[in-house]
Ligand binder design. Structure first.
Ligand code: ATP
Ligand code: MG
Length: 337
């Protein structure tokens, strides 16, 4: 493969400008979401790859902060929905309401019709509500009262899930998890980052009496769409595509690599998984300022793209295996190009 030391090469000056804007956005997000560079990167990858994120992490790890910070810096509207046991599908989709004066029903769009939607604690709402969300994510449209409404072109859902307190929660249907582009795990920040968080929050509290600062970077939706095009135009070498396909195929049948590992996997990734992996690898390469994808792009993002699409067998689950660990094993078995 090409050397990783190569300078970024861009097709045109316009592309360079666009990439600079995203780099500035990323740097700014890093000042607001401290020590969570991976979460920030995944958010931007989802934005560029036109997909949705499932984020799992303990409370207080800047999940809400991260989406809010992004929403402030993209010309997009934002809504947060707290998922609770009494939430109804219509609380997401919206409903037809009766207009007395006009003597007719009128559709009142729900939170789904926002550009950025934070679905907090998605596993606290019953299956019907989860399905309404997952369906909208897959179809990009909502049907209410027999009529279908298209969702905005820029539509990114970030759903959060808390790994502790499984009591009284409704696990997401495994078959529908596929609708998420990535399943990201957020961990605790390091000591140095923790101190910087304290400093940042103190500063924010001091300036709270003033108006919130206008963020220096604010991308237009047109810029987001242009960047998505640039991502699709990156060079993806045929041998790299073969590697990607081999990796996904290995998740379905790992016997050619390791018979024991193969028995630990009940289900592998679907073609939607391959598509997601390609898109995310591209987006990652573009964010890194390259005009070609490297094996490292696939390798680095594979766990987040595949962990919710690769299911351990019953026995493997009992032994503590999960999708992420299986993918990590697969990555060591399938040889890099
Ligand atoms: N990495 C971080 N950078 C900046 N601020 C942080 C960071 N982590 C936590 N905070 C601060 O901690 C508080 C909690 O963060 P936030 O509300 O984003 O957490 P959360 O992950 O959404 O939690 P929950 O799961 O309870 O919704 C906020 O005041 C936020 O400013
Ligand atoms: Mg939150």
């Amino acid at each position: 493969m090409e050397g990783s030391a190569a300078e970024p090469v861009f097709e045109s000056v316009a592309d360079t400008g666009l990439h600079d804007r995203f780099r500035a956005l990323r740097e700014e997000l890093a000042t607001q979401v401290i020590g969570q560079a991976e979460l920030v990167e995944r958010l931007l990858v989802a934005l560029l790859a036109d997909g949705h994120l499932l984020v799992e992490g303990a409370p207080g790890l800047a999940k809400t902060t991260a989406v809010k910070a992004l929403a402030m810096r993209v010309d997009a509207n934002f809504q947060r929905v707290q998922f609770t046991p009494d939430l109804l599908p219509s609380d997401l989709t919206g409903t037809d309401i009766w207009r007395q004066q006009e003597a007719r029903f009128e559709f009142q769009p729900g939170p789904l019709f926002h550009n950025l939607l934070l679905a907090d604690e998605i596993n606290r709402a019953p299956a019907k509500v989860q399905s309404a969300l997952l369906e909208a994510m897959g179809e990009r449209q909502v049907t209410v009262g027999g009529r279908t409404y298209a969702l905005p072109q820029l539509f990114l859902v970030m759903a959060t899930q808390n790994p502790i307190e499984q009591e009284g929660t409704y696990p997401l249907p495994e078959a529908q998890l596929d609708r998420f582009l990535m399943h990201v795990r957020v961990g605790y920040p390091e000591a140095a980052a923790e101190s910087r968080i304290l400093r940042l929050v103190r500063e924010q509290a001091r300036s709270a009496s003033h108006a919130p600062p206008v963020p220096p970077v604010r991308l237009t939706q047109a810029e987001v769409f242009a960047a998505r095009m640039a991502v699709l135009d990156l060079h993806f070498a045929p041998e790299l595509e073969r590697y990607l396909v081999e990796l996904v195929l290995a998740s379905r049948d790992a016997r050619p690599y390791d018979a024991v590992l193969a028995r630990r996997i009940a289900w592998g990734a679907s073609p939607r998984g391959s598509i997601a992996l390609e898109r995310c690898a591209r987006a990652r390469a573009w964010l890194a300022g390259r005009d070609y994808v490297m094996p490292e792009d696939i390798h680095a993002i594979a766990a987040d793209v595949l962990r919710h699409r690769v299911l351990p067998s019953y026995e493997a689950t009992a032994e503590g295996w999960d999708g992420g660990r299986l993918v990590a094993e697969l990555l060591t078995r399938v040889p890099l190009p």
